[in-house]
Design a protein around this ligand. Structure first.
Ligand code: ADE
Length: 273
């Protein structure tokens, strides 16, 4: 997968040449190209910004350098998406990262100064914000997008790791992880993790992930979809966290049939008396 970044500050992108992204580039899984669109400025002084029409403070990015830089990109054989980084965009998330990882070429345009000339927006397929706050430019946002997208490109994460278990990958926060030593400053690793019982470990992890999501991100919890295997875990959680019962309709219908029959019988009996 190819990333192309249009920026006035290519030196800011040193972090994408390190660690996992560096390995991904060395293996050829991803390619990150930086284009300084100041090189496409038309004036003698290479101006890329100008004062706003109608007055006001700050400078606005001119359209010509960005239009020309984009037109000068080599043609792509696959599909290309052009993304504008801006605080006005839709808020980036894991699903968008997964979707973009299926594109052959992702071009990211980084703004700076007070904003873009509105006509630049006509070039973009999408406008992305990395959160409801304003950065001094789109560069940090572009690096966030590159990093989150690249994790889903085959060959970027090592053979032993996968993005499937990441927090947010199934709408859940990730379960707690531990490594050696078994005991550190009086704090022990949960027994189940050293039991060697894979089914129990999977169930424990699923329960902890559901619990963490409920406690920290009720917004994510409220849209989760559960399976029948989750029924018992959720009933256990309801004992420790009765507040979770307000979402009971989300899992009640998953009650195993046998249990439902048993309960019906006992309630029938009660009414017989
Ligand atoms: N540029 C400035 N602020 C930004 C944000 N929050 N997201 C993306 N690009 C930006």
């Amino acid at each position: 997968m190819k990333f192309i970044v249009l920026t006035l500050f290519p030196e800011m992108f040193a972090p994408v040449r390190e660690s996992i992204l560096k390995r991904g580039q060395n293996s050829g899984a991803i390619d990150i190209n930086l284009v300084n669109f100041r090189d496409y400025a038309l004036s003698k002084h290479k101006n890329v910004d100008d004062i706003p029409y109608g007055g006001g403070v700050g400078m606005v990015l001119k359209p010509e350098p960005i239009f020309t830089a984009l037109r000068d990109l080599p043609p792509t054989e696959g599909n290309r998406k052009i993304i504008l980084l801006s605080p006005q965009g839709r808020v980036f998330n894991q699903q968008i990262a997964v979707d973009y990882s299926c594109v052959d070429e992702l071009t990211l345009i980084c703004g700076h100064y007070e904003g873009f000339d509105e006509r630049i927006r006509n070039l973009a397929d999408d406008e992305i914000s990395i959160g409801d706050y304003v950065l001094t430019g789109g560069e940090l946002a572009a690096m966030v997008v590159i990093d989150a997208v690249a994790r889903h490109v085959p060959g970027v994460l090592g053979r032993d790791s996968s993005a499937d278990d990441d927090s947010h990958s199934q709408g859940l926060l990730e379960y707690p992880q531990y490594t050696r030593p078994y005991e550190f400053e009086g704090m022990r690793v949960p027994e189940v993790l050293i039991s060697g019982h894979h089914l129990k470990i999977d169930m424990w992890r699923r329960k902890e992930a559901i619990k963490k999501t409920f406690l920290r991100r009720p917004d994510l919890f409220s849209v989760l979809e559960f399976t029948s295997a989750d029924y018992i875990l959720l009933e256990e959680l309801a004992i420790d966290y009765p507040e979770i019962n307000k979402f009971r309709v989300k899992w009640e219908h998953l009650k195993p049939l046998q249990k439902r029959r048993k309960n019906n019988k006992s309630s029938n009996k009660a009414s017989d008396v």
